[in-house]
Design a protein around this ligand. Sequence first.
Ligand code: FAD
Ligand code: NAI
Length: 465
Amino acid sequence: MQYDVTVIGSGPGGYVAAIRAAQLGFKTAIIEKYPTLGGTCLNVGCIPSKALLDSSEHFHNAETTFKEHGIDISQPKVNLKQMIARKADVVKQNVEGISYLMNKNKIDVYEGVGSFKDKHTILIKSQKEEKEITSDKIIIATGSKPSSLPFIKLDKKRVITSTEALELKEVPKHMIIIGGGVIGMELGSVYARLGAKISVVEFLDNLIPSMDGTMGKELQKSLKKLGFDIYLSHKVTAVAAKGKEVTITAENSKGENLELKGDYCLVSIGRRPYTDGLSLENAGVKMTDRGQIEVDEHLKTNVDNIWAIGDVVKGAMLAHKAEEEGVFVAEQMAGQKPHINYNLIPGVVYTWPEVASVGYTEEQLKDQGRKYKTGKFPYKALGRARASMDLDGLVKVLADKETDEILGIHIIGARAADMIAAGVTAMEFRASAEDVARMSHAHPTYMEAVKEACLAATDNRPIHV
Ligand code: FAD
Ligand code: NAI
């Protein structure tokens, strides 16, 4: 078979690229090595983790806040088997949705590992058969896999990655998490809410360190209330599993040792780009020394008919970043001139309270030597937050000192994940803090905290603090 465009990998980068290419009139194929489409995000990432976050949050609320809301129920119990089964059903519905979209857009789906024979020919090997297709243009969207450390043996039973943590058969008694980033905080929250003791060992001096520093500090307070023990500035030196026990040894910046014993250890220290089995050398595609596929600003590799997108290239490892890149590449192939504003790709951590961020962090502005103003507003001063008892959190707005243009919006609090879209819109239209402060925001909503933080940033004139 001969195609105009072939996509290798069916995650959010790959399947979106395939749909956009098909919409633009290209004869399109997609190759996926697993039997279900949707990649990491739909199968073992975004969707199943959010399903478990929602279920565990319901349980936690039933145990904690229901009584105060005037809802008396007998002691709730965790049915982990049902929770995991519901999660599996959510995943099934989502991945079937992608198959439907492939059909609808007349995209040919091949199951098997895709590898380059040359720059236009791809071999597809599955357990059943081996096929060969040719393609004018090719998009590599093979994603990423969990990273580990050389001295850690991931046995996937007691020393696990996020993939196994989404499938546990029991609630851990004590889960030790290596890495205080996004995966650790989200999956740690799931099991803490279900009754596990959680200890986090983080190398740097803050949680979620890629976000604005205030967010990590505030999140720490909330997670400590949930029972997390957090060890910052600790470097893990050994992980040993024996029977049902896992022992983690770490060293802090003063050289003092820490030993923790638990029944599960979740290793969440980042993810690495995945190119195994692609035989990139047969097409002459270059990689960076960090194992990513090297691309230029158009996401084109060094080979003129091959592009790469998503987790396998530079930039944030986020589903929506991969999706934007999929559209970007397909539209370029059709001769269009699309654009991605990488600075305005939002980041969200789905803990409770949620954390959401767009634009520059305060640390980045300091590094740039840029003059800025800060406006903050606490959730506890919001009527809406009082009504729902979601009092933890704040909004922080950073604006240019001279022009008042918003440079960054950082929110920790209830529904931050959905609120950040308004921040992205404002910043895409290069709004000033005063522009947002003068817009009517419905009362009572959590978004009023954004308006108030903008009032604080404009001229230090918030109304409700
Ligand atoms: P992937 O989704 O990794 O897809 C790549 C696909 O390529 C895979 O299906 C793989 O099997 C296939 N493949 C690889 N090699 C070959 C080959 N040679 N032949 C055929 N097929 C191949 N991001 C968010 O934005 N929001 C979230 O809430 C979020 N939650 C996450 C939670 C967890 C636990 C994890 C692990 C990740 C989460 N992410 C989240 C990150 C998100 O999943 C990734 O950024 C996103 O999936 C990247 O998309 P992609 O298309 O680049 O690659
Ligand atoms: P991460 O990059 O978010 O966090 C890894 C953490 O581990 C960092 O804080 C880092 O300082 C720490 N670390 C690294 N080496 C260490 C060591 N030796 N000892 C102790 N700590 C160490 O990576 P994570 O959580 O594994 O997630 C991977 C990717 O998946 C993220 O980049 C994220 O983009 C994506 N993801 C996104 C989600 C979302 O958007 N809500 C949810 C989950 C994952």
